[in-house]
Design a protein around this ligand. Structure first.
Ligand code: MN
Length: 131
């Protein structure tokens, strides 16, 4: 359903606290050829990014405990993980929100509800750029 041409399945870390959202994202992106690891809070996302070295991270911004902005900052502050592209996902459509995500170190930014076809294009573009 998508045109991932490399042999290897890109490994995507999805940080999302809402189980229903996580399930939808995992189902869609796994069907599109991605290998998915999930994290349901920011601290877990930071730990799994370092441990598993995913090819990209989809980072929900509104999460309890360590939120996505803080997790993004930590991942981008650590030499072991700073190269991993992060796509921030937020429900906030407030002006300034995109700037906050980018300032925290996110490479890209999408708003909820996520349009998955567009997200696939963005992921492919992001992965090509980071090759
Ligand atoms: Mn959330």
């Amino acid at each position: 359903m998508t045109d991932i041409t490399e042999n290897k399945q890109p490994h995507l870390l999805i940080a999302e606290d809402n189980s229903a959202n996580l399930e939808v994202a995992t189902a869609f992106l796994a069907a599109a050829g991605y290998r998915i690891t999930a994290a349901q809070d920011g601290a877990t996302a930071v730990a799994k990014a370092a441990e598993l070295q995913p090819d990209a991270i989809l980072m929900d911004i509104q999460m309890p405990g360590m939120n996505g902005l803080e997790a993004t900052r930590k991942i981008k502050d650590q030499p072991a993980t700073s190269h991993i592209p992060i796509i921030a996902v937020t429900a906030l459509a407030m002006s300034g929100d995109e700037e906050r995500c980018l300032e925290a170190g996110a490479d890209e930014y999408v708003t909820k509800p996520v349009h998955y076809r567009s997200l696939l294009d963005l992921l492919q573009k992001t992965l090509r750029r980071s090759d």
